[in-house]
Design a protein around this ligand. Structure first.
Ligand code: SF4
Length: 481
């Protein structure tokens, strides 16, 4: 599974990001824009919290009855004329897609944005098989043209690239001679991609939600490329995660109410396609042949377990638009196609703690992600659960951590030890402090160094609030306060 595009140590990735302040500033600016837009729109929905509760319950209900709804979806999609294939692994999914391409003698495909196709490494497999692959979402197109530059956000994947860089890429790779004006560059890409839509044999799309009651798939998009990919080529292959189902159109309505507001701070998306089977006789557009690949790829290992609620995720990106850690380290520090808080939970589940054990620690556990998540995923609690599992069952963390936290736990649980310990620490800190702060040389120490590397840490005081309060209580009893 290649959801990790950067397997270097977490700290190395963070350092790389911090050295590129444009990237950090771009993310911070985008977070502020998303935050303001989302806040304004959410405030217009007085029943927002009720919607969130209903959506969480809906997702849980669907997950509890997933086998039932998957069968219903497949049956109805087939009745409408689609071919449905259940892929247990990424390989099964890509093999099936390649077989369809072989039967169609397809040499060129167009693709709209889909995280799942990245998860199953669809592009890599198609390219290996000699297929001409063309991303058509503007941001994905930019990343592909820039030699498959990795994405940094699930909704706005090319957020880290400045205009001048995009212009340079277009100039070098596509012979673009215009300015770095975004509209001019977009017009250029539009013309360029349009030819590809007209020549491609097959269009690949993702699927935001499958509707069990009708067997329909949905594509929510702000660019017309989703609709073009699904309606111009003669064959459409839609790839859908097995958890991305809603029971019926009424449930879809609830999810749509939340999805677009949460992801880009808009009431509706520019395009919303509901596709039920291939084009019927006499219909002007739509594919002649529609294949829906329903992908498991490890999801059943999560289903019903301690991380089950993560499967509620509707990939809106709201958690990364609010996360203070994502704000500073950006999507690239996570090294995964799933960045931010949702990625910190999901990536270790998909690739294991050995490879992604650092991610659950990339969080302040402030809970803002949960507050903003439209389906109320308790991300901070799941991150803690990961940390617990890592500490209990792996050797991923430095060996020194366990005795340190054991000692701290004993101390915090005992008032006398806490008092003595903090007093001893205050004396110790005072002895090494320089200008009432920890000295430079301490930054190289293991564990302690991490606390003071990027911020000034003042010394603990001998005289603490609890001393003042104890004195106050004593005097109150004596009636002298
Ligand atoms: S975890 Fe919640 S907020 Fe984050 S992407 Fe998924 S649904 Fe959106």
């Amino acid at each position: 599974m290649s959801i990790l595009y950067d397997e270097r140590p977490f700290h190395t990735r963070v350092k790389d990001v911090m050295d590129n302040q444009f990237k950090v500033k771009a993310i911070q600016k985008a977070q502020d824009v998303f935050y303001t837009k989302r806040k304004a729109l959410v405030e217009q929905v007085p029943a927002w919290e009720e919607f969130r509760t209903e959506a969480a319950a809906l997702r849980d209900h669907t997950l509890r009855n997933l086998d039932y709804y998957l069968n219903m979806f497949a049956e109805n999609a087939e009745k409408a004329g689609a071919h449905v294939f259940f892929a247990n692994s990424d390989k099964e999914a890509t093999d099936y897609a390649l077989e369809v391409l072989r039967q169609k003698e397809a040499k060129m495909i167009v693709k709209s944005k889909s995280l799942l196709t990245e998860e199953i490494s669809l592009n890599e497999e198609l390219i290996k098989a000699g297929i001409n692959v063309n991303e058509t979402d503007l941001a994905e197109f930019i990343l592909q043209t820039d030699d498959w530059n990795p994405p940094s956000h699930i909704v706005v994947p090319a957020l880290h690239l400045e205009r001048s860089k995009i212009r340079e890429v277009f100039h070098d790779k596509l012979g673009y001679e215009g300015t770095e004006n975004p509209e001019e560059m977009t017009r250029f890409v539009r013309k360029f991609i349009r030819k590809r839509f007209l020549t491609a044999n097959v269009g690949f799309t993702g699927c935001n939600f499958g509707v069990a009651e009708t067997g329909s798939i949905t594509i929510v998009s702000n660019e017309g490329n989703g609709r073009m990919s699904s309606s111009i080529p003669r064959t459409q292959i839609a790839v859908m995660g097995m958890e991305r189902l809603v029971p019926d159109l009424a449930s879809l309505d609830v999810m749509m109410e939340l999805l677009v507001r949460s992801s880009v701070g808009a009431k509706i998306s520019n395009y919303f396609s509901l596709i039920t089977g291939p084009a019927k006789p006499g219909e002007a557009d739509g594919p002649e042949d529609l294949h829906i690949i329903i992908v498991n790829n490890g999801r059943t290992n999560v289903l019903g377990g301690e991380f089950n609620s993560m499967l509620r995720c509707i990939h809106c990106g709201a958690c990364m638009n609010i996360c203070p850690v994502y704000r500073h380290i950006t999507g690239h520090a996570y090294g995964s196609i799933y960045p931010g808080p949702m990625g910190a939970v999901l990536t270790p589940l998909l690739v294991g703690y050995e490879k992604a054990g650092a991610l659950p620690y990339a969080s302040t556990l402030c809970g803002e992600c949960w507050e903003h998540c439209p389906v109320k995923i308790p991300i901070h609690e799941l991150l803690l659960k990961h940390r617990e599992n890592i500490a209990e069952h792996t050797n991923v963390r430095p060996a020194i951590e366990k005795p340190i936290f054991k000692t701290a736990a004993t101390m915090f649980a005992n008032s006398f030890l806490y008092d003595m310990g903090t007093k001893a620490a205050a004396v110790g800190m005072k002895a090494v402090a320089k200008d009432d702060a920890m000295p430079e040389w301490m930054k190289v120490l293991p564990v302690a160094g991490g606390w003071i590397k990027s911020k000034d840490m003042g010394t603990m005081k001998l005289h603490k609030f609890r001393d003042v309060y104890a004195k106050y209580e004593k005097n109150k009893k004596k009636g002298t306060f």
